[in-house]
Design a protein around this ligand. Structure first.
Ligand code: ADP
Ligand code: MG
Length: 380
């Protein structure tokens, strides 16, 4: 999950730090801290995906059961008869949530949902979660009870079991980490890498709403900070606020696929915006994509609010994020199944990699879509 990552460009770790106890440096040549000419690199130079790749590229895989490690929505572990799926995400106060407008019950619910969504994105079923919390002394028992009531609600709704976790103190704020464990049929597990040229590109639900939900909550927060007697104006946008504060994972789409005996060729959940997720599918499938703006599903509240904020609704859909809808590709011969799917739109098709990732605007112009992790996508 990349959403809303803010890393100060000059953190203290970009400078040379003296080691108090230099045990490793003395014993391990490669970890020596002595070279005064050592170059320190800002993490923003690599971007999120570059950083993950950089830090993990030398890791070996020892277990034959580790079928798929880094790079998809969940890791895939071969259990013999089926695959076990594992995915983890963290939410940090001040980065991913603001308690001025996030009820703790909603936060508990959302923390579970964002993890379950990654398991569904593999065409799998979540079964268990583990939950680790680090929180400061400002959190009371009652506040944590509220948070857990949301966790419990999500567990009841999606029939998953909270089977463990960890609890520790933090100097300030709260950090939530959840790991979801799921299951998938070996022959029906869907990866980001399976899209083929000619496949249909499809998306569930509508896009851009969660991002605009966040914008209106932020706006009302500013109004409240200036005038604490002001009443928030959220009624016209309850769908968007709901999508931001209490999203759902698309378990219903996975049920629908199963009933139709349909298996997507590739799939990813939309946590970072359509552009970024398309980029992952195309990069891993070694394909391009052509999306038609007029086919991208956008809720009427999203359109209205986008215009209020002087934003282009398609930009919100492409680079907004946190919608937790599913982006998937389907063989052309599955069109007869896909066209009857509820709450699903066919928005484009998979092209050859040399065609790039393109958006055909409603005005008939072709644009190149670029998406780079936490860097903003550009829309020339
Ligand atoms: P998602 O948006 O679906 O949650 P991410 O973009 O967070 O996925 O992660 C992409 C891939 O990188 C996943 O396979 C994830 O497990 C892996 N990954 C993310 N952070 C790290 C890390 N610090 N170390 C190793 N792997 C990581
Ligand atoms: Mg994901």
């Amino acid at each position: 999950m990349k959403l809303r990552i803010i890393i100060p460009s000059k953190s203290s770790f970009t400078k040379k730090m003296p080691l108090l106890i230099n045990i490793f440096a003395n014993k391990t040549e490669n970890m020596s801290n002595e070279s005064s000419a050592q170059k320190f690199t800002d993490v923003n130079e690599l971007g999120e995906f570059g950083l993950i790749e950089h830090l993990t590229k030398d890791l070996k895989t020892y277990q034959p059961s580790s079928v798929l490690t880094i790079g998809d929505d969940a890791a895939v572990i071969d259990e013999g008869g089926h695959y076990t799926l594992v995915s983890t995400d963290s939410l940090v106060e001040g980065i991913h949530f603001d308690l001025m407008y996030t009820p703790l019950k909603h936060l508990g619910y959302k923390s579970v949902i964002v993890n379950l969504s990654d398991i569904y994105a593999m065409n799998g079923r979540p079964r268990q979660i583990v939950l680790s919390l680090a929180f400061s002394s400002k959190y009371t028992v009652e506040a944590l009870e509220e948070f857990y009531s949301g966790v419990r609600l999500a567990c009841d709704q999606y029939k998953v079991d909270l089977v463990g976790g960890d609890m520790t103190s933090a100097p300030r704020g709260m950090m939530i980490n959840i790991t979801a464990i799921g299951w998938s049929d070996k022959t029906k597990t869907v990866f980001r890498s399976g899209a083929q040229v000619g496949d249909l590109i499809c998306v569930t639900g509508d896009l851009g709403g969660a991002y605009l939900g966040l914008q209106i909550l932020e706006r009302e927060k500013e109004v409240f900070l200036t005038d604490p007697n002001a009443q928030p104006e959220l009624d016209d946008f309850h769908v968007l606020v709901g999508k931001q504060l209490k999203p759902e994972a698309r378990a219903d789409a996975i049920d629908m696929f199963e009933q139709a005996q349909f298996v997507p060729t590739s799939m990813i959940d939309i946590s970072d915006g359509l552009a970024s997720e398309l980029f992952h599918i195309c990069q891993q499938s070694k394909t391009g994509a052509l999306i038609e703006e007029s086919k991208v599903p956008i809720h009427s509240q999203t359109e209205k609010l986008a215009f209020d904020f002087r934003l282009d609704p398609i930009t919100c859909a492409l680079s907004g994020g946190e919608d937790y809808e599913l982006l998937f590709t389907a063989r052309q011969e599955d069109f007869e199944k896909v066209k009857y799917f509820t709450d699903t739109a066919i928005i484009g098709k998979v092209t050859a990699s040399d065609k790039g990732i393109k958006l055909l605007s409603s005005g008939g112009k072709m644009h190149t879509i670029k998406a780079q992790g936490w860097n903003h996508f550009q829309h020339p």
